[in-house]
Design a protein around this ligand. Structure first.
Ligand SMILES: [Zn+2]
Length: 103
């Protein structure tokens, strides 16, 4: 966790680091379901749940308990319901289809 100062206001920020294997999968360079778009959405939801807990319960932020699972479930459902997720899903299918075509 870090923060930026705007005048007298401190704006706390968090950085989520993702496994680079998600990039290989995104560009259809690999075919590993562990790093597909659905798994990426769940991973982001998992990490956002840690960030949310850090805001309200800093001592509990690293735990993988019921509250973390509940938050992860809610965030994942939100991500999976967005237009952007469905657009990325469609683009990923096109990318994979085009990457297997003979050139
Ligand atoms: Zn975790």
């Amino acid at each position: 966790m870090n923060y930026d100062e705007v005048g007298n206001l401190k704006i706390f920020t968090k950085t989520i680091y993702l496994n680079s294997l998600f990039i290989n999968e995104h560009f259809a360079l690999t075919n590993n379901s562990k790093y597909n778009l659905l798994h990426l959405a769940h991973t982001i939801a998992h990490e956002i749940a840690h960030c949310l807990r850090a805001d309200y319960e800093p001592q509990e932020a690293a735990k993988h308990d019921f509250d973390h699972a509940f938050l992860t479930f809610g965030v994942a459902n939100y991500i999976l319901s967005t237009y952007e997720y469905h657009l990325l899903e469609h683009l990923a299918q096109l990318q994979r289809k085009n990457s297997t075509k003979k050139k």
